[in-house]
Every structure is written in C-alpha cells, then in structure tokens.
Design a protein around this ligand. Structure first.
Ligand code: IMP
Length: 436
C-alpha cells in the first residue's frame, strides 16, 4: 500500500466476520497513505480501537483515519449520525490534542439518530421475545425511521422551522410508540428525554458547519488523483441482507454498501480489503458455529482481550470459520485479506480451522446457509493444525514468522480464495506485516 497506483486508489475496508475484526487498526495503518477516509454505514454501535504510541483511542463514529494529521474524514449518507455522541467524540479528540479544523465532513443526506431512538431500541429489546442483543445505541429504530421515510436528515437542519417541526413530530411519535409498547415515558425518564432532545436541537448549527455532499467530495477527490479509503463498521455476518438475520445490525455492512453509503457508483471502487481475525468472535445474540466450550472460551477472551469496545460485553470466541470467510470473500468481492490478531494464537499447542458444517443428517455443507436457525444445530468440521508456540509480535515480514504460522496463513488463503495482503501481530501501528 505504500506505492500510489490506480489499482487501489479507492479501497473499501470491510469486516468479514461478526465485527470486531480489527478494522480500526487496519484503517489507521492504511490511512497514512491516503487523502480521504469515509465511513459508509452504522453509527455509534461501532467501536474502533486504535493504539498510537502509548495512547489508546476508541472511535465510535469518526473514521479511524482521524489520528493521522491532515487526513480528511467523512461520514457518509449511509451512517445514522448520533448528534450528541458525535460531538462528544469530536470534542474529546480535540481535548486530546488532535487538530480537527477543516478535517471532518458529514453528509447532508445522513439521517440523524436522536435520543428517542436509543429509548426505543432499549424498549424494543426489553420487550422482545427473541432478543438481538443490540448495543442499545438506537441503530435499529433510526434505520426504521429512514426506511419508513419519516427520518430527519442533516440537510433538514438548514431550515429552523422545519427542523423544529420534525423534531416535535418525532418526539411525539416516539412517545406514542412507547405507550403502545406498554412503556409510557413519565417522570425522570420523560424529563431526561426532553433535555436530550433540547441538547440535540442546540447542535443544529454546529452540524451544518460540517455538512457536505460526501458523494460529490469523494468523486472530486478521485478525479483529482487522490486516494480514498471507505471504512465499514461491523462485519459481513451482521449485514442486514447477508448476515445471520435477524441477529444482525440494520445496515448493509458489506462492500456494496460502500457505494450507496457514500454516494458514488460501484465502478469507482478499485479494491476491497476484507479484515478477518485469526480466530472468530461474536458479541450479542445469535449462532456462532465454531464457538468454544466455556473453558477455552474464557481462555481466548483473556488472551485476546475480547470485550466489546462500545459496550464492554464479553465476546464469545471460536476457531477461524473458513466457511464464513469464504462466503465473505464472495459477497464482498474481496481483492485481498488482512488477518489480524495472529499473535493471540502464539501460545496455543493446536489450532482449529472450520472447513465445513456437518448437518444433523450427517451430510456436510461448505456454503454459508441462509437459514440462520440451521446454524444452531450444525457441528463444525474442524481441521486441527499444530500451533507454533513462539512469539510472532516482532515479525515484520512473512519470512520472520515461524513456519507453523506461515502454514496457517497459507491455509486461510487456500480456504477463502483471497490473497493475504496484511497480517497484524499486535496492537501497535508498527506491528504489521505488509505482504508484497
Ligand atoms: P445494533 O447494531 O446495536 O442494532 O446491534 C445488532 C447486533 O450487531 C448485535 O448483535 C450487536 O452486538 C452487533 N454489533 C453492532 N455493532 C457492533 C460492532 O461494532 N462490533 C460487533 N458487534 C456489533
């Protein structure tokens, strides 16, 4: 990625599992060599952890490229913009010495995620017979309003009267829905919501100062020969269409979503880099076909520090699922893979790769099924390979890796059909292998 070629002028970085693959670090590393980084979907449900020197940053809405001075960072129309959280994050970065002047742009077409969306998200989860295990950040209700054609967009903030009217209507609608759910808002809760709504309304002028047409800006950047990274949040298995529905998020996390979520045509995208963890994790409800037993689960969670960056929830862990990764390679049209957290496997004597799913009738499938429920009753077909039992953290080329780690990566390439372009062997920026 260090040479400026046309082959990857516009690259999508997409998660290929259930999120938390380490996209934040990969985007941070790649951002050094690009001009613009743009988020194309999701909202404050994401939590991208990036280490710079001894400092740790957890970014929820602002693209991870922000930690590189001078890079322009955009939030596209596909994002649901949580106004309060966004400015909190923005101001916290400024307070930590990051210069954001002229560097952040928000799509005029992005929908606003307002305090009532969070209230509705939590109410819906509390009352659901089958809980999704959402992050509670209001994502589902915000996208429901968007699809229901009653959302409020950044562009609506330009007209104070119209904006106030939309906010009042939205608040009223939320109250009625809560009432219908048998959860009327009263007392402290009602006052807290009113206050949060007032705080959001007060940010109207601030958001307008950052508002741009992200599609136009990205198009112009590409025409001027600049390089652009389109940053996805969550992962392929959480995609609204292609994931383990209904245990998914409410947006298209996959690479095609980058075009609609930024406002460019798919032909403008040159490359798609899929990010996979060297094993698998999942936070929230829904099947995890390669999930470990309790003991191994706890061990991997400890080794990998597998706790949600947004909610702090423990992540469930399992072996690398090549069925899912191969599916992700196909639905995203991957041109390359970035494998992260290889070093987390350094101490294991034996490592598993899942090559198929065995059905209750004894047959085996190797394509990721549309029927999410069938995943509850499959047995993973595991290929166990010897671990390398030595540190990979200082490796900076593939040749520096122990032979066992190299064969493990070769097997991942073989099973997914996607060439490995990068391998991450630690949290620091420098702990990365660029494959020539
Ligand atoms: P929501 O996006 O908050 O509606 O949550 C829907 C599902 O996506 C839940 O299983 C969440 O745990 C999961 N999810 C949402 N965002 C992330 C993320 O950034 N990483 C991992 N899982 C996520």
């Amino acid at each position: 990625m260090s040479s400026r070629t046309d082959a990857d002028r516009c690259t999508v970085v997409v998660g290929c599992q259930w999120g938390d693959e380490g996209k934040g670090k990969i985007v941070d590393v790649l951002a050094e060599d690009v001009d613009v980084v743009a988020r194309y979907q999701g909202g404050a449900n994401a939590g991208h952890t990036v280490h710079v020197g001894d400092s740790e940053f957890i970014l929820h809405q602002i693209p991870s490229g922000i930690l590189h001075p001078g890079k322009r960072c955009l939030l596209g129309n596909g994002v649901v913009l949580d106004l309060l959280q966004f400015f909190e994050e923005h101001d916290a970065l400024v307070a930590r010495g990051i210069d954001l002047e002229g560097r952040v742009g928000v799509s005029l077409r992005a929908h606003l995620l307002l305090p009532w969306h969070r209230v509705l998200d939590r109410a819906a989860e509390a009352g659901a017979a089958e809980k999704i295990g959402t992050t509670g950040r209001g994502i589902g209700p915000a996208y429901e309003d968007k699809a229901g054609r009653r959302g409020i967009r950044v562009a609506d903030a330009a007209d104070l009267d119209r904006f106030s009217e939309l906010m009042a209507r939205g608040t009223e609608r939320a109250r009625k829905r809560l009432l219908a759910l048998g959860l009327p808002l009263d007392g402290d809760d009602a006052r807290a919501l009113d206050e949060a709504m007032e705080q959001s309304a007060a940010l109207r002028e601030r958001i307008l100062e950052l508002a741009v047409d992200t599609g136009l800006e990205v198009d112009q950047a590409l025409r001027a020969g600049e390089r652009v990274l389109l940053e996805g949040a969550q992962g392929t298995a959480l995609d609204l269409d292609h994931g383990t529905y209904p245990f998914v998020t409410s947006s298209n996390t996959t690479a095609a979503g980058a075009a609609t979520g930024i406002g460019i045509g798919p032909t403008r995208i040159d490359a798609v880099l899929g990010v996979v963890k060297a094993y698998t994790t999942r936070v929230g409800n829904g099947p995890l076909p390669t999930g470990f037993d309790d003991e191994m689960d706890a061990r991997m969670r400890e080794l990998g520090g597998e706790f949600g960056a947004t909610t702090g929830r423990p992540r469930r862990c399992g072996w690398f699922d090549a069925v899912l990764a191969r599916y992700a390679a196909r639905v995203n049209g991957l041109t390359g893979l970035a494998v992260t957290k290889l070093d987390v496997l350094d101490t294991l004597p034996e490592i598993g790769l899942c090559t198929g799913y065995r059905l209750p009738d004894g047959s085996t499938v190797t394509e990721f099924p549309a029927d999410t429920w069938s995943l509850e009753s499959i047995e993973p077909v595991l290929e166990m390979v010897p671990g390398w039992e030595s540190s990979t953290q200082e490796a900076r080329t593939l040749d520096d890796l122990p032979a066992g780690a190299r064969s493990y990566l070769d097997r991942i390439e073989e099973l997914t059909g996607a060439p490995i372009h990068m391998v991450s062997v630690g949290t620091r920026r420098t702990q990365i292998i660029h494959v020539a």
